[in-house]
Ligand binder design. Structure first.
Ligand code: LLP
Length: 422
């Protein structure tokens, strides 16, 4: 746990801000996602501080955690938003965010989504292919609007992260190849219903060093120059998201270190100060501000392995099953009446891939409560109802109070949209 984490032990009990997590488990049951308002606000504020006197818009990537209360919190803090669907746009609007601060990313925008985003007045479409460009021009023409566009260029940079979350290499489905970008920009500039406003890139997620960002920035600035030479003027440069967090022992750069390095690059560029700078951070804003509370149902031994079977599962937090991700496991009460043993922490779902943590040294018994750490990003957002498991309740802690921000699903709600045989 980081020293500035809102999750801390007080007299052997794990607290978030001023709330005992065991009290939340008692009052609301498990599994439960618990977020810290102060944690989210502090993470966002670190980007604002790091922006110094620059013209910067930090767009929160909703996909990391799109709960309305969290979107509202960030909207109030002045965030912009990075969305990838009409649904996410509707969340921003309902939560009081400004569409004029929204960038619309994603490789597969439908016509209906384009219409909705044009009517709402989003700041920019991050376009990922020539076909998408042509479709956007046509849809904008039908709506009698000009669509603001940025091209997502694929800088062919290795973000040095897990293959599932690395997006900036030539072989990925994302973005427009760096070598093709210039010709696609020319095309965009010539289309009547488009307005070229920016350039963007996003090279991956959970990036723990500055170098790949700088390599991508250099590639992007090369293109900016080539465009400038052709009279295609841009207003903004969007460096994407992807800044990593500490799950285990990673040592990612701070917001300040990353932004300073990028601004350093821009300062050496002749027009570097004239562009607004956008970012699309998700994980680094919410990841370490949330945990998943779960209870140990059974302790079981199979041969040499010892299992703690808990009431949360891969449907609640699929990152370990999906990409072998590491999440810390923190008992809500530190026990001194038993010695630690090695456990695999697994869920009740009928899949061998249903595990949350492997080979952890823990002093725990049946009935004990655990917090699965760093679960604020891509936790609830990727949860499913596999095995007809209702999704967990979500709470936001603010000082000494805990607010339910999403009720636990009921089983009835899971089949409310299904129909019996006619
Ligand atoms: N912008 C774009 C275009 C993206 O594709 C993403 C994430 C972001 C911004 C935000 O990236 P962040 O700052 O959160 O790293 N489910 C995976 C992560 C998938 C990330 C997808 N794209 C996981 O659990 O690790």
């Amino acid at each position: 746990m980081n020293t500035d984490s809102p999750f801390r032990y007080r007299n052997a009990s794990l607290f978030v801000e001023d709330v005992d997590l065991a009290a939340i488990a008692r009052d609301h049951g498990t599994p439960a996602y618990v977020y810290s308002r102060a944690g989210i606000e502090a993470a966002f504020a670190s980007f604002v501080r790091a922006s110094r006197d620059r013209d910067v818009l930090v767009c929160y990537a909703l996909k990391a955690n799109s709960n309305l209360a969290i979107v509202e919190l960030l909207a109030r803090a002045g965030a912009g938003f990075d969305i990838v669907s009409a649904g996410e746009l509707q969340r921003v609007v309902v939560a009081g965010g400004e569409p004029s601060k929204v960038v619309f990313s994603g490789v597969g925008k439908s016509e209906a989504e384009m219409q909705l985003a044009l009517d709402a007045g989003v700041r920019c479409f991050n376009v990922e292919s020539e076909s998408e460009l042509l479709r956007l021009d046509r849809v904008a023409g039908q709506r009698k609007r000009r669509a603001p566009v940025s091209l997502r260029v694929n800088p062919d940079v290795d973000a040095g992260t897990h293959p599932y979350i690395s997006t900036g290499l030539r072989e990925n489905k994302f973005g427009i190849a760096h070598d093709d970008a210039l010709s696609v920009y020319r095309r965009a500039a010539a289309l009547p219903n488009l307005e070229v406003v920016g350039i963007d890139c996003h090279i991956g997620s959970q990036i723990t060093s500055i170098e790949p960002y700088l390599a991508a920035a250099d590639k992007v600035l090369e293109l900016v120059d080539a465009l400038h030479a052709e009279g295609i003027a841009l207003r903004h440069i969007d460096f994407g998201g992807g800044l990593g967090i500490r799950y285990r022992d990673e040592d990612p750069p701070s917001a300040q270190a990353l932004l300073d390095a990028l601004f350093g690059r821009l300062d050496r560029h002749p027009r570097g100060r004239s562009y607004q700078v956008l970012f699309e951070f998700g994980r680094s804003i919410v990841g370490n501000a949330g945990v998943l509370l779960t209870r140990v149902e059974y302790i079981k031994r199979n041969g040499e392995r010892r299992f703690a079977i808990v009431d949360a599962a891969m449907n609640d937090l699929m990152r370990p099953a999906l990409s072998d991700a590491y999440h810390g496991v923190l008992p809500l009460r530190q026990r001194d009446d038993m010695k630690a043993q090695h456990f695999d922490v697994v869920g009740p779902v009928c899949e061998s891939g249903d595990w949350l943590a492997r080979d952890r040294s823990l002093a725990i018994d049946e009935g004990d409560l655990l917090a699965i750490a760093s679960a604020g990003a891509y936790g609830m957002a990727m949860a499913s109802n596999y095995n007809t498991r209702p999704r967990a309740v979500e709470l936001l802690v603010d000082g000494s109070r805990a607010h339910v921000i999403r009720e636990r699903e009921s089983v009835e709600s899971l089949f409310a949209l299904e129909r019996r045989l006619p």
